[in-house]
Design a protein around this ligand. Structure first.
Ligand code: C2E
Ligand code: MG
Ligand code: MG
Ligand code: MG
Length: 284
């Protein structure tokens, strides 16, 4: 039935293409209603000190469960939000929720960095820095407790404008992390020119630890690069104790992954946090 409707609307397309386009449009439509229906939530995944097991930060990850469609992965809906511009609305909401939540952790005695994913289109908004400063101010959260995750490709688009904006963020005291490090097409020059504080080793390189020689060489090289440039390094997607032990041997300071925990709903995270030792802030 869906296909027939599609065929009427877009006469010359192939039926499969119709179905895809229609599914995408339906998803976009549902996504635009989701915030108003309370169907979205920001979850938090711990980042852990590899050697001591202490929590050092938490990454904010957006979750969406639609009444009819069920849970929908960010890998599915974030690209649609980016293509349609709706990421501006979503990103602003995620930032606000994350900063408010981090302010609660802080009042509870856990001064924990909250790390928020940022899309290219958001960074390009002329009022991006101003807006972040306002959100921090309203929530009474020190800028030192906010980190933004960017990808390598974002730093190549409008490089000069991006550099200015990152400089302004760093001057506020906000830390900047490179997400999925090693998977983008980019030169490494930006690492010496831009105020970057952290590299997040992509999970595709972590998966093969400890046995895969290629993965081990790449992970080790990224860790050494981070040490030489005085950057924190976090390994993503750590699922096993063998992977964690391997990272400790390679002197990777921090990790994130199901071995510790998946992302948790705010109440679950707060409960989990209350059982942890108070975090010691990372020294930059
Ligand atoms: P990311 O920022 O690289 O986030 C890490 C992803 O790895 C998350 O997937 C997380 O749930 C998953 N993960 C964590 N530990 C493990 C593990 O041990 N094993 C495996 N297999 N996976 C693990 P998620 O939440 O599905 O998000 C996917 C991507 O969607 C994120 O990748 C990020 O690029 C994007 N995303 C999520 N939330 C937001 C948001 O609020 N704003 C923006 N712009 N993008 C977001
Ligand atoms: Mg991330
Ligand atoms: Mg990543
Ligand atoms: Mg990513």
């Amino acid at each position: 039935r869906v296909k027939e409707r599609g065929r009427g609307n877009f006469g010359f397309y192939q039926p499969e293409m119709n179905a895809n386009l229609l599914a995408r449009m339906q998803l976009e439509h549902a996504m635009r209603q989701a915030l108003g229906r309370n169907d979205m939530q920001v979850h938090f995944q711990p980042q852990i000190d590899t050697a001591s097991g202490a929590i050092v930060a938490a990454e904010a990850l957006l979750r969406w469960t639609d009444d009819e469609l069920g849970p929908i992965s960010p890998a599915t809906f974030i690209p649609i939000a980016e293509d349609t511009g709706y990421i501006i609305t979503l990103g602003a909401w995620v930032l606000e929720q994350s900063v408010k939540e981090a302010a609660r952790w802080m009042r509870g005695g856990h001064s924990l960095v909250v790390s928020v994913n940022v899309s290219a289109l958001e960074l390009r908004q002329p009022d991006f820095v101003e807006r972040i400063a306002r959100v921090l101010q309203e929530a009474q959260l020190p800028a030192q407790l906010l980190e933004l995750e960017l990808t390598e490709s974002m730093l190549l688009q409008d490089a000069e404008e991006a550099a200015q904006r990152l400089q302004a963020l760093a001057e506020l005291g906000i830390a900047l992390a490179i997400d999925d490090f090693g998977t983008g097409y980019s030169s490494l020059a930006y690492l010496k020119n831009l105020p970057i504080h952290k590299l997040k080793i992509d999970q595709s390189f972590v998966r093969g630890l400890p046995d895969d020689e290629g993965d081990r060489a790449i992970v080790s090289a990224i860790i050494h690069l981070g040490q030489a440039l005085k950057l924190n390094v976090v390994a993503e997607g750590v699922e096993t104790e063998a992977q964690r032990a391997s990272l400790q041997t390679l002197q990777c300071s921090h990790y994130q992954g199901y071995l510790c925990s998946a992302a948790m709903a705010p109440a679950d995270f707060a409960h989990w946090l209350s059982g942890q030792r108070p975090a010691v802030l990372e020294a930059d």
